[in-house]
Design a protein around this ligand. Structure first.
Ligand code: HEC
Ligand code: HEC
Length: 298
């Protein structure tokens, strides 16, 4: 080959190389974005599974809030600047990592006069971080935070990504449930049987049931027979003892005016009314109340 031809070939090769480099270089941001989106998707999927296994019981399948406040909060996800996103991320990470205050009691107290209620929660947000002796490692806490900061909590998203991972009910016959202390034989037989048949689909007692509503293993410690009787007959019309007070913008409410529910009336719970919905009689309720009041854990 003569020299000018060689030069031409070299030039062409160089030009081609520059071209290839440019194409790769220009498409890099898009590729990076796609890769980041994929990583986030995987994180949300892992977060959804962890949420179903650990958080649903207190925050609800759709993040709507049950014993704890709602976690499906738009202000953690929408219209945030980069700085605000970092603040939310660090707030959520520390709450999940460290937990927050309170006791093991599932109780709420509403005090004061009509128009000036104060709601006090005694329920603790558990500590989850392994660094604090909790069960979740850093990656898992990060996955949960990614979920709360990105998931849209729509019915279909919940059905697809969270519901399938909620532990199935570990049902059993009544003989396997603990006997209650200091109650009648009828309560320990028939009362226990009614609870096994009607309540384990949503509540845990010992190792049995499903962690959907609050755990009833020691329900006798944090309720009274009067409350239980009322709850099991007027489930749908009781005052909000737990969750609905958190609804709305997620800020803790202190007066009825702040609360976007009808305080004089409806407690919108997904728990069925045992009398109206499950067809139980007042005698049945009495036996269950007696049995449950004697359940004190341990
Ligand atoms: C035993 C019940 C319980 C469980 C289980 C639970 N939480 Fe909580 N959580 C609470 C309570 C109660 C609060 C409110 C505590 C307070 O402010 O006094 C809370 C608060 C929070 C908050 C702060 C909300 C706010 O408005 O400040 C976040 C975030 C949260 N929980 C996430 C989670 C995640 C994620 C999981 C699962 C790993 C989880 N929680 C499991 C009871 C629970
Ligand atoms: C379909 C699910 C479901 C079934 C079935 C169910 N529960 Fe519940 N229950 C819940 C949920 C969810 C809550 C949390 C409170 C709320 O949503 O307002 C709850 C709350 C409770 C509470 C606490 C109420 C409070 O304010 O402190 C008790 C006690 C209780 N249930 C007992 C029972 C008993 C007894 C049965 C059986 C007769 C039963 N539940 C059946 C879902 C259910």
């Amino acid at each position: 080959m003569r020299t000018p031809q060689k030069k031409l070939v070299a030039l062409l090769v160089l030009w081609a190389a520059v071209l290839v480099f440019q194409v790769v270089w220009l498409s890099e941001p898009a590729r990076l974005q796609r890769a980041q989106a994929r990583v986030l998707e995987e994180q949300i999927a892992r977060g959804a599974r962890l949420y179903a296994q650990n958080c649903v019981i207190c925050h609800g399948p759709a993040g709507e809030g049950v014993i704890g406040p709602p976690v499906n909060r738009p202000e953690w996800r929408e219209n945030l600047t980069e700085i605000e996103r970092e603040q939310v991320r660090s707030f959520l990470t520390s709450v999940v990592e460290l937990g927050r205050g309170g006791t093991d009691a599932t109780t709420w107290e509403i005090t004061g006069e009509p128009g000036h209620w104060t709601i006090t929660s005694y329920t603790r947000m558990p500590t989850w971080g392994r660094s604090q002796g909790g069960p979740l490692n850093e990656q898992q806490v990060e996955d949960l935070v990614a979920l709360m900061m990105n998931f849209d909590w729509s019915t279909s998203a919940v059905a697809q990504m969270i519901a399938p991972h909620i532990p199935p009910a570990n049902l059993t016959t009544y003989e396997n449930l603990p006997e209650a202390q200091g109650v009648s034989a009828a309560a320990n037989e028939r009362g226990r049987e009614l609870v096994a048949q009607n309540c384990l689909v949503c509540h845990m007692i010992g190792d049995y049931g499903r962690p959907y509503g609050p755990n009833l293993t020691d329900v006798g410690n944090w309720t009274t027979p009067e409350f239980l009787r009322d709850w099991l007959t007027n489930t749908d019309t009781l005052w909000p003892r737990m969750p609905t007070v958190w609804m709305g913008d997620g800020v803790r409410k202190t007066t009825p005016e702040d609360v976007p529910v009808d305080w004089t009336g409806i407690h919108k719970t997904i728990m069925p009314n045992p009398v109206k919905d499950l067809g139980l009689s007042t005698d049945d309720i009495e036996l269950m109340v007696e049995y449950l009041s004697g359940l004190r854990g341990g």
